[in-house]
Design a protein around this ligand. Structure first.
Ligand code: PSU
Ligand code: MN
Length: 302
C-alpha cells in the first residue's frame, strides 16, 4: 500500500472480501457543479451505487493524504469549498502531498488513486479531452494520457462539445485506448446521446464490458478503457439550446483570456448559468445512470 494512501475501513473491507467497489471523483463536486446540488448529487451517487450492490469510494486529497472512501462530512467540505479547493491533476499530487494540502481529484488523479487502492472501475460524468482550438493552445487534458497508462475502466457519458470530440477520439486511438459505446455505436455528447462520431465497439451488457476489461489485463496492456454511456433520452437536452450555451461560454472564455486548468471549470459553470439550471439536472441524471452501470459492471469484474 502506498504510504500516502488512506483507504476507508468500509472500502478496505469490501476490497479484501472481493466485493464490487466503484471509485468516484471529487472535481465534479468542487468544480463541476454548484453548491448545494454538488453535495446532494455526490451523496445520491454513492447511494445509487449501494442500491446496485457495490461500495462507493469517493476519492480526494485531504490534508496531503490520498483518500479512497470519504465520509459525508468530507464530501460536504469539498462541496462547500467549491473552486477554492485545488483542482488536482497528475502534476499537482507531489505538491499537495508535500504541503499537506487538500485537492479535488480529476479523472486523472481519481484513476491514479483508485489503481493504488486496487479499485478497477470508476464512474463520472464527462472526461477531459482535446479542447477546441488545441492546434494553437495545445490544451489537451491529462485525462487522455492517464487513460493510456493506468488500468482503470472509466464509465462516462461521453464528452461535452466544449471539446473537439473528433480530435479527442483521434488522440485516444493513437494512445490505444478502447472507446466503448454502451448500447450505442455513436459517441454520446454528454447532454445529448448523439455526437455524430462512432465509437470503436458497441457493448450491450455489463458482463461483456467486464470480459473486455479482463482481456485487456490478460494481454498485458497497461492502459485503461473508456465506456461511454448515453444520457437517457428523457433527460437529454435540446441540441440547439445546449450548442448555443456552449458557443457562448467558449466565446467568453476566449474574450476573458481563460487558460490552463481554469478553462474546463469556467466553461462548465457558464453553461449551467446560461441554461438556467436545465443542464445541471441533465448532468445529475447522467451521472446517476453511469453510477448504476458501473456498479453492475463492478460485480462482474471479480
Ligand atoms: N467534464 C465535465 N465535468 C467535469 C469535468 C470535466 O463534464 O467535472 C472535470 C473532470 O474532473 C475532468 C476535468 O477530469 O474536469 C478535466 O479538466 P481539464 O480539462 O483541465 O483536464
Ligand atoms: Mn487543460
Amino acid at each position: 500500500m502506498n504510504k500516502y494512501l488512506d483507504v476507508s475501513p468500509e472500502v478496505r473491507a469490501a476490497l479484501e472480501a472481493g466485493k464490487p467497489v466503484v471509485a468516484l471523483e471529487s472535481t465534479i463536486i468542487s468544480h463541476g457543479m454548484p453548491y448545494p446540488k454538488n453535495v446532494e448529487t455526490a451523496l445520491l451517487v454513492e447511494e445509487t451505487i449501494r442500491q446496485n450492490g457495490a461500495v462507493p469510494a469517493t476519492i480526494a486529497v485531504l490534508g496531503g493524504r490520498l483518500k479512497a472512501g470519504l465520509s459525508k462530512e468530507e464530501i460536504g467540505h469539498l462541496g462547500k469549498a467549491g473552486r477554492k479547493v485545488a483542482k488536482a491533476s497528475r502534476r499537482d499530487l507531489p505538491a499537495l502531498v508535500a504541503r499537506g494540502a487538500d485537492g479535488a481529484t480529476t479523472v486523472t488523479t481519481t484513476m491514479i488513486i483508485a489503481h493504488m487502492a486496487g479499485i478497477k472501475i470508476f464512474a463520472t460524468g464527462g472526461i477531459g479531452g482535446v479542447h477546441r482550438g488545441a492546434e494553437t493552445t495545445m490544451d489537451i487534458s491529462a485525462d487522455l494520457e492517464e487513460l493510456a497508462q493506468t488500468p482503470v475502466m472509466v464509465v462516462c457519458a461521453g464528452a461535452k462539445s466544449i471539446l473537439d470530440l473528433g480530435l479527442t477520439l483521434e488522440y485516444l486511438e493513437t494512445k490505444g485506448v478502447p472507446v466503448i459505446g454502451y448500447g450505442t455505436e455513436e459517441l454520446p455528447a454528454f447532454y445529448t446521446p448523439h455526437s455524430g462520431f462512432g465509437v470503436d465497439y458497441r457493448v450491450d451488457s455489463p458482463e461483456e464490458l467486464a470480459a473486455m476489461f479482463r482481456a485487456q489485463r490478460e494481454l498485458g496492456y497497461k492502459g485503461g478503457m473508456l465506456v461511454t454511456n448515453p444520457i437517457p433520452e428523457q433527460y437529454a437536452m435540446d441540441k440547439a439550446t445546449i450548442d448555443a450555451a456552449i458557443e457562448q461560454a467558449l466565446k467568453e472564455s476566449v474574450e476573458q483570456g481563460v487558460k490552463g486548468k481554469e478553462t474546463t471549470p469556467f466553461l462548465l459553470a457558464r453553461v449551467v448559468e446560461l441554461t438556467g439550471g436545465d443542464s445541471l439536472e441533465s448532468n445529475i441524471q447522467l451521472v446517476l445512470n453511469n453510477a448504476r452501470l458501473a456498479a453492475r459492471t463492478a460485480a462482474c469484474l471479480g
